[in-house]
Design a binder for this molecule. Structure first.
Ligand SMILES: [Zn+2]
Length: 177
């Protein structure tokens, strides 16, 4: 964050795509030092306090303790006074309450662990469901996308950029099912 010149006080809201340890372990580290709030879907919040907690135990980790500011719902989320909007899309499968975030203005899709470069999120963790993941990816494939930003990536370019590359990536990941 420091390298990107992002200060703690610049953060108003932490949106958790899901609650696997490698995606939300920094929540408390940031909220203890700033005024940032945390949000996630209701489904994922229920998951993290029930079967999701077993995953933390499995890795010998303490499950995250936080109270969300509010729960994300499917649809448009207004952020800030400048009219910045994010479309929240419920995409269960990798975890029961995973969300993807679509930025309509720039046509960017943030996928967490739902889609990667030429790959998809695993469904063998507690609460995972391959059929749900397939349906979620099918729904995402109908969006007008210029760029995919996954939670992990094996693409040397870091992100999946350009309509053609996005289309090819969807074609490839849909072969997994
Ligand atoms: Zn994950």
């Amino acid at each position: 964050m420091a390298n990107d010149n992002i200060k703690l006080d610049d953060i108003g809201l932490i949106i958790n795509t899901h609650t696997h340890p490698d995606h939300c372990e920094a929540n408390e580290c940031i909220t203890e030092r700033s005024k940032a709030g945390i949000t996630l879907s209701r489904e994922e919040d229920e998951f993290r306090t029930t079967i999701g907690a077993s995953l933390y135990k499995l890795f010998g980790l303490k499950s995250p303790q936080f109270t969300p500011l509010f729960h994300l719902k499917e649809g448009i989320l207004d952020l800030g006074k400048d009219g910045f909007q994010v479309q929240v899309i419920l995409t269960p499968g990798h975890s029961p309450g995973s969300v993807c975030l679509y930025l309509p203005e720039t046509k960017i899709l943030i996928t967490g662990d739902v889609i990667f470069f030429m790959s998809v999120g695993r469904t063998d963790f507690p609460g995972g469901n391959t059929l749900q993941l397939k349906d979620s990816i099918e729904r995402l494939s109908t969006l007008d996308i210029e760029c995919i930003i996954p939670g992990h990536n094996t693409d040397p370019n870091g992100i999946i950029k350009g309509k053609d590359r996005v289309k090819r990536n969807f074609e490839a990941v849909q072969m997994f099912f």
